[in-house]
Design a protein around this ligand. Sequence first.
Ligand SMILES: Nc1ncnc2c1ncn2[C@@H]1O[C@H](COP(=O)(O)OP(=O)(O)OP(=O)(O)O)[C@@H](O)[C@H]1O
Ligand SMILES: [Mg+2]
Length: 310
Amino acid sequence: MIYTVTLNPALDKTVEIPSLTVDSVNRITTMRTDPGGKGINVSKVIDKLGKESIATGILGGDTGNAIESALKSMGLKTSFRFVEGETRTNLKVIDPVNHTNTDINEPGITVSEEILNSVLQDLLAKVNDQDIVVISGSLPKGSPKNTYCTWVKACKEAGTKVILDADGDLLAAGLEASPYLIKPNNHELSGLLGRTLETPEDLEKAARELMEKHSISKIVVSMGGDGALYVTKDETIYAEGLKVPVGSTVGAGDSVVASLAVAEESGMSLEDTVRLSTATGAANVMCSGTQAAEYEVIRDLIPKVSFRRI
Ligand SMILES: Nc1ncnc2c1ncn2[C@@H]1O[C@H](COP(=O)(O)OP(=O)(O)OP(=O)(O)O)[C@@H](O)[C@H]1O
Ligand SMILES: [Mg+2]
């Protein structure tokens, strides 16, 4: 089973307001709400790929209930711990006249170390050495900086393969516990190594440095529209990005993480992993917001993926 962990989920509320004006009454023309947060996005894409996952993490209040029931009505399996407080709602205001995107984000739940530890124990009680745990996204307020180090270490000790997708200090902390796979984008990898990395060759060198230093088995460096680099102990593949009409690039990385988890679980070859994840990334970019692409779209893109070894 694949378990996704979202410690800081959000209800994403997207509204359209033509000619948004501050200090004035604004009227919404269309609106939608989607359960969000990186791990949750990963679970949505795994479902579209025809596989199962269990979405876990922390929820609270009416917004937490709304997220859980939305996920259940999509047919996803969930196992969240409900805590005191209200899961955040993130408001995204799209102005189609002035072509602006304005985000207004709530602070969300504040957690204690005890709460985090009980959520971790909930997960450890379920997993076994056949499982994959995907840990991704930000942490709620109150979380210690080394939270992902603790989680990666504990999940590894339980025998699972851990995929970590985080940024900055959170990623750096997680690396200390040697996750199985990480998927930084080129900017995150540059930030981590403290130098600007541009070419696939530069990125490969940096990824190998990191792999050796932290005993990581696989690193996938995504490069937005320029594709991604797949680095394992024995080989490196660079896959170009597919040329597709762009709806929204939000969550493109999460869809790549989902396909990497599915590929790992089904023991796919590196070539097939590259095909699936490049197609999944591109298909999701074609959708608006964080909506997950249908499998038919992904399937049709698979033969179009081109890659080379470096
Ligand atoms: N404009 C695009 N056209 C085609 N494919 C894209 C585009 N942007 C992203 N992709 C695909 O999605 C993958 C992941 O994108 P990206 O590198 O932007 O992830 P990310 O920065 O981690 O995103 P996020 O964290 O916001 O989900 C890329 O490797 C590529 O395959
Ligand atoms: Mg990302």
